[in-house]
Design a protein around this ligand. Structure first.
Ligand SMILES: NC(=O)c1ccc[n+]([C@@H]2O[C@H](COP(=O)([O-])OP(=O)(O)OC[C@H]3O[C@@H](n4cnc5c(N)ncnc54)[C@H](OP(=O)(O)O)[C@@H]3O)[C@@H](O)[C@H]2O)c1
Length: 201
């Protein structure tokens, strides 16, 4: 993986005890889903690309992306339907896909990970580098959150209800307090919410 020591901007607070931050950056419907039950995100993709909602700036702060296997599969299928066969993943970044049963081959630029989330996160944080983008989906976010390994949620709330679907965090009893870091509203009704996960003790 890349090992640039550089770490930019407010996302890397000096003196952070845990090193590199793991940040969920994701879009949800206003009723809290990241996709329809079958994985469909047309409700998200159909939006005009008028704003980048700060994603370019965010992208410049990361050098690693964490993917759930279902999100990885979804992306491969999406690219296949579009006829795109090359440059599927940004090979300048480290792309880790989590699976308990990884396939024998991976797309270029991708590495499969199977071990316990906590040990992996600790190893990753201990390495020099930029911030880490937790892409999701909801099952992988839940695994990291329940292991105490998510630092921040950067959520773009899309002004649409989709009724049912895959939740931002896979369902399980929780009580996780959040601290609001920032809000921003866009003229098209999208709201960006940045929350820090508060730690006990
Ligand atoms: N709205 C957005 O911005 C956005 C962003 C990302 C994703 N999505 C959508 O989210 C959907 C997928 O979300 P999802 O919640 O169903 O699935 P997911 O989190 O993408 O993937 C779940 C899979 O990840 C692996 N996994 C999860 N926890 C693990 C752990 N602790 N150790 C090892 N492997 C682990 C398992 O793979 P195995 O089954 O192989 O073991 C599990 O089945 C897709 O449709 C995608 O389009 C939307």
């Amino acid at each position: 993986m890349t090992s640039k020591v550089e770490s930019r901007g407010r996302r890397s607070p000096p003196g952070s005890r845990r090193g590199r931050r793991i940040i969920v950056a994701i879009a949800t419907s206003a009723d809290g889903y990241i996709a329809r039950p079958d994985g469909d995100v047309e409700w998200l993709n159909r939006r005009p690309h008028t704003f980048d909602y700060g994603m370019r700036e965010f992208y410049s702060t990361i050098d690693t992306i964490l993917w759930g296997r279902k999100t990885y599969d979804w992306l491969l299928k999406y690219y296949k339907e579009k006829g795109r066969t090359k440059g599927l993943f940004d090979t300048k970044l480290a792309n880790y896909v989590f699976s308990r049963n990884p396939p024998k081959t991976a797309a270029p630029g991708v590495e499969f990970v199977s071990g316990p989330v906590k040990a992996f996160a600790r190893r990753l944080r201990a390495m020099p580098g930029k911030q880490i983008w937790m892409m999701g989906g909801g099952e992988l976010i839940a695994s990291f959150l329940d292991a105490g390994e998510i630092d921040e949620f950067d959520i773009h709330v899309i002004p649409v209800f989709i009724g049912k679907g895959i939740p931002l965090v896979a369902a399980r009893h929780r009580d996780v307090p959040l601290r609001l870091l920032a809000t921003r509203k866009y003229p098209d009704g999208v709201v960006r919410l940045r929350y820090e996960v508060r730690r006990h003790g």
